[in-house]
Design a protein around this ligand. Structure first.
Ligand code: NAD
Length: 307
């Protein structure tokens, strides 16, 4: 019988797990669960007989793939799949998928929530500032970027986007001004919100040259990945520009230094929690289970990222 393993070091909500299990069992597959594992060996052991694997941010390393002798498909319940070793999976003929869009609203609400929080002095009771009338630049206009745009427009922000993989029309049809270069985005926007994936092109790409283009009252918002920001450059801009602020759901390695030197100019979530809502858990988990069912039953590879 086809065995589907849900392996999550940081578990889904119990309601989401129940619904994932229901989809798997209704499809006639066996469901197995590994949660809160503390050593990679537990993962190797659990995955050894699995035909399909659902993970969250769990690292799917060459060792995991080596242990998973029967594995045909791994689905990252979420958007970013930089935790999965794609070259090894591809070499082993394992299909890798993500579940695009399923957690976009949760991440977008968090981005805007952090912006309000810092603009209002972390709710310190003193006079703060408003988002209305401010310029917001979306660095990438995928599922999260588009949802941030919708909410930000409700706040009365002026929204711009840069995404070289989309046409101007695709962006402007959503009521957002498309900018032709990344430099223009940083020149124009007081708030820049990062929605790029972490990959070879983007790692370390948010650097001093870009950040220093931002107008006075600059706030960088990062719900994407910590690796896309060059941290030495981040510290430099913090030191040179007293107006610069940073909000992040993906805490930088230099967080302690920022906290010590630049109090009041940052907020970092205690743990990555952009997708941590009941709704996003259920949406992404069920999408992953459905995609596995459709892969085995219909050969559907629509969401494959290693074609
Ligand atoms: P998505 O795949 O829907 O969109 C990504 C967009 O980035 C695409 O439109 C693509 O054209 C664009 N892009 C790719 N390379 C680019 C580049 N070099 N410059 C500009 N644009 C580029 O992904 P999404 O759902 O919008 O999520 C975006 C990222 O956010 C994910 O890759 C993931 O790393 C991160 N994320 C974080 C959390 C969290 O919990 N904080 C949750 C979901 C996603």
């Amino acid at each position: 019988m086809t065995k589907v393993l849900l392996a999550t070091e940081k578990p889904f909500s119990p309601a989401a797990v129940k619904q994932i299990q229901a989809v798997v069992e209704e499809a006639g597959f066996e469901f197995a669960l590994l949660e809160k594992y503390t050593a990679p060996e537990q993962f190797y052991q659990a995955v050894s007989g699995a035909d399909a694997l659902i993970v969250r941010s769990d690292l799917v390393t060459p060792q995991v793939l080596e242990a998973a002798k029967a594995l045909k498909i791994v689905v990252r319940a979420g958007a970013g799949f930089d935790n999965i070793d794609l070259p090894t999976a591809t070499a082993k003929g394992v299909v890798v998928m993500n579940t695009p869009g399923q957690n976009a609203n949760a991440v977008a609400e968090l981005a805007l929530g952090m912006m309000v929080y810092l603009a209002r002095g972390c709710f310190n009771g003193k006079s703060g500032s408003e988002l209305r009338g401010k310029t917001l630049g979306l660095h990438a206009f995928g599922n999260v970027g588009r949802r941030v745009a919708e909410i930000a427009k409700g706040f009365g922000m002026h929204v711009y986007a840069y995404d070289p993989f989309l046409t101007k029309d695709a962006i402007e049809n959503e009521g957002v001004t498309a900018l032709a270069s990344v430099e223009q985005l940083y020149d124009t926007c007081q708030y820049v919100s990062l929605h790029i994936p972490a990959n070879e092109q983007t790692r370390g790409s948010i650097n001093y040259a870009l950040l220093n283009r931002m107008p006075q009252g600059a706030t960088l918002v990062n719900t994407a990945r910590k690796e896309v920001v060059n941290e030495a450059d981040l510290l430099k801009i913090f030191a040179e520009r007293p107006d610069f602020k940073y909000l992040s759901d993906v805490t930088p390695d230099c967080a302690a230094e920022i906290a010590e030197k630049f109090p009041g100019r940052f907020y970092f979530t205690p743990k990555k929690m952009g997708a941590q809502t009941e709704e996003a858990n259920v949406n992404a988990g069920i999408a992953a289970a459905n995609q596995i069912r459709d892969f085995f039953q219909k050969g559907d590879t629509r969401f494959q990222v290693n074609k």
